[in-house]
Design a protein around this ligand. Structure first.
Ligand code: 3PG
Ligand code: MG
Length: 397
């Protein structure tokens, strides 16, 4: 038998069971308000299924990076309120996992009831996978379900420690993420086209190299494109670039070349002296950016070419914006690519917080086949690395 991810079916009867459910509720907050609840809504199918099966749920998550300290602005109260609204039933906000009060409150949960533990990262034991903290967490449930794909690349107590202590399985979101992203690693329908953007090539170099082994074409936009262009001798003005990565990107381009993989860089770019709303902007060839100007978006010809590749693809992966789309004057490239991906008949997968934010801004989320809740986790998965939070949920043989 080949190893596979354990799913809810592997847990047996759920009625009357108390289940510790790890979610990734690491949502953006502004002045205590959730500005994007996608990670919460994405967790609802698992939560509803478990509640309907008659389990009681101890939900848990991290939020931000409080580094073992209690930080008021990273409390999970806004999440428990939002969950209560979405589920139409109260999700009580509990205190820290390792406390007598929490143990008592959890013991009093009835069938079909859910409560949320306070931010796991307020305790230093979470990130260090401290056995005492993992024991305390595991004591709160009889079973463990991990639906936090976004945190699966972290070997933390709530991800790995508890899975080693309790009968455990993936939730529906985790299951779907692993299923879809595995398909992008092996067995994707061809042509397979990946579009990468974002600011820094250094963050995505491993992904670039892994994709070169798998895709037919790799389209590169965003500021990371300037490191590729500059490494090829282009004049890029004051655009962002990472000269320390020139050798790496040259090696990537050579490897793509030898494998017959097309690396497509933007033909033209929108430039301005500075990234502001009223800066005078114009479009120039990507290899001839004037001195004192910086590339802030891909140009219309680049959008057209990228869109053509995407339209013909059977599988499309997009991660990272094409420019500074938060500023309207530099949003056309990201909008164009987002529209092309949404309109393409091929199977589309989009990951990364910025790309999802762009899709939402342009009203296109419904037209994507799979929106990944993982940022770092999806990139590491696509590098072909084994994620600790996934490995611990696999069957033994
Ligand atoms: C994310 O936002 O990518 C996940 O929630 C993981 O957060 P982290 O990078 O702080 O571990
Ligand atoms: Mg499609």
């Amino acid at each position: 038998m080949s190893r596979r991810l354990r799913t809810l079916e592997d847990l047996g009867g759920l009625r009357g069971k108390r289940i510790l459910v790890r979610c990734d509720f690491n949502v953006p907050l502004e002045d205590g308000q959730i500005t994007d609840d996608f990670r919460i809504t994405a967790s609802l199918p698992t939560i509803r299924e478990l509640l309907d099966a008659g389990a009681s749920l101890v939900l848990c998550s991290h939020l931000g990076r409080p580094k073992g300290q209690v930080r008021e602005r990273e409390r999970l109260a806004p999440v428990s309120s939002r969950l209560s609204e979405l589920l139409g039933t109260e999700v009580r906000q509990l205190g820290p996992a390792a406390s007598e009060e929490t143990r008592a409150a959890v013991g009093a949960l009835g069938q079909g009831q859910a409560a949320l533990l306070e931010n796991l990262r307020f305790d230093p034991g979470e990130e260090s996978n401290d056995p005492v903290f993992a024991d305390a967490l595991a004591a709160l449930g009889q079973l463990y379900v991990d639906d936090a794909f976004g945190a699966a690349h972290r070997a933390h107590a709530s991800v790995v420690g508890v899975a080693e202590r309790l009968p455990s399985a993936s939730g529906r979101l985790m299951q779907r993420e692993v299923e879809v992203l595995s398909r992008l690693l092996e067995g994707a329908d061809r042509p397979y086209v990946a579009i990468l953007g974002g600011a820094k090539v250094s963050d995505k170099l491993a992904t670039v190299n892994a994709l070169i082994d798998r895709v037919d074409a790799l389209l590169i936009g965003g500021a990371m494109a300037f490191t590729f262009l500059a490494a090829n001798g282009a004049q890029i003005g004051t655009s962002l670039m990472e000269p320390a990565r020139f050798d790496d990107v040259r090696a990537a381009m050579a490897s793509a070349d030898s494998k017959g993989v097309l690396i497509q860089l933007p033909d033209d770019v929108v430039v301005a002296p500075e990234p502001t709303l009223d800066a005078p902007r114009h479009t120039v060839p990507a290899t001839e950016i004037p001195n004192g100007e910086m590339g802030l978006d891909i140009g219309p010809r680049a959008v057209e070419e990228f869109a053509r590749s995407v339209a013909d693809a059977k599988t499309i992966l997009w991660n990272g914006p094409m420019g500074m789309f938060e500023l309207e004057p530099f949003s056309a490239g990201t909008r164009g690519v987002a529209t092309a991906v949404a309109s393409a008949p091929g199977f589309s997968v989009v990951g990364g917080g910025d790309s999802l934010a762009a899709l939402r801004k342009f009203g296109l989320t419904e037209r994507i086949d799979h929106l990944s809740t993982g940022g770092g986790a999806s990139l590491e998965f696509l590098e072909g690395r084994e994620l600790p939070g996934v490995a611990v949920l696999m069957t033994k043989d």
